[in-house]
Design a protein around this ligand. Structure first.
Ligand SMILES: Nc1ncnc2c1ncn2[C@@H]1O[C@H](COP(=O)(O)OP(=O)(O)OP(=O)(O)O)[C@@H](O)[C@H]1O
Ligand SMILES: [Mg+2]
Length: 279
């Protein structure tokens, strides 16, 4: 007699049937679970492949960033010599207004390129502030001088200072900050008449002296819906803008543990207010 026959004799057929049903149900559930697991493994594999693609892209972008920084350095040196000779040329042509104007185009073009390269280098390196004693008045006046012949300049630039002007800050970072704010302010005039004003003062606050600088323009203003995005890298509404200017401004302010506010009315103008601890 076989084992099955002997079992059948001892265990009632119904019970066996029930047991088989339970067994079949359990194995059906197991199969379902298995299919689910298989699908999850497939999903995870896809996710992994996507992550690998992103990582590869990030690696390539980082390499490109490094290369861009190297190229920027390489361009900078000859640009420096060009700037010196263009200035000499302008001096040489002091008595010929027409020719001098053409020479000044070279200087302005060089300044624009230099600003672009500085922004790129700063963006690639996330700047840290090296604090030294600087005369903020000089930094601002230098920046104004640099943009005064700026190719898109239309209006006039005024500046005013209050109180002492020697502070602890990173002069070259601040210069880059003012250049970007001033160029934006000039751009906002769209070649038309208007004014750009810079005011700076050191005030005493609870936590010590604070440098407060305002850069204001009577330009076209910033639409409310764009205000949230102007500090984002690569956000630009200009045909030839890289959108790095205000990203650098914000990085420089952060490097000094300062703050920046913007107040703008479409069609009326914009005020950028920067506060930087001065000690
Ligand atoms: N003073 C301003 N008046 C009006 N719009 C401004 C002003 N400053 C900034 N913006 C707006 O913010 C955007 C971003 O400015 P940002 O300086 O970062 O880039 P950009 O000027 O477009 O290009 P880049 O500075 O790299 O040449 C500008 O395109 C412009 O739309
Ligand atoms: Mg700009």
């Amino acid at each position: 007699m076989s084992t099955a026959q002997r079992l059948q004799e001892r265990v009632p057929a119904e019970l066996l049937n029930d047991a088989f049903n339970v067994f079949r149900e359990a194995s059906r559930k197991l199969e379902q679970q298995y299919a689910l697991l298989e699908r999850r493994v497939e999903e995870l594999n896809e996710e992994l492949a996507e992550k690998n693609r992103v990582m590869e892209r990030t690696r390539r972008l980082a390499a490109m960033g490094e290369m861009a920084a190297k190229i920027a350095h390489e361009i900078r040196n000859p640009l420096g010599s060009m700037a010196i000779f263009a200035t000499l040329l302008e001096r040489e042509l002091a008595n010929d207004a027409e020719k001098r104007k053409f020479a000044s185009y070279i200087t302005n073009g060089i300044n624009t390129l230099d600003n672009l390269l500085s922004n790129m280098l700063l963006f690639a390196s996330a700047p840290a502030a090296r604090l030294k004693s600087v005369d903020i008045r000089e930094v601002i006046e230098d920046s104004i001088l640099l943009v005064s012949g700026y190719e898109r300049a239309g209006g006039t630039v005024t500046s005013e200072f209050e109180g002492h002007s020697i502070i602890m800050a990173d002069g070259s970072l601040l210069r880059q900050l003012f250049l970007n704010l001033l160029i934006n302010a000039m751009d906002s005039l769209d070649g038309g008449a208007g004014t750009v004003g810079v005011s700076a003062k050191v005030i005493e606050e609870g936590r010590g002296p604070m440098l407060v600088v305002q850069v204001r323009d009577t330009g076209k203003g910033i639409p409310a819906e764009e205000l949230d995005r102007i500090f984002d890298p690569f956000f630009s509404t200009k045909e030839r803008g890289t959108g790095l200017g205000l990203a650098i401004v914000s990085a420089v302010v952060n490097a000094h543990r300062g703050s920046i506010d913007v107040d703008s009315k479409k069609g009326e103008g914009t005020v950028f207010t920067i506060r930087i601890p001065a000690e």
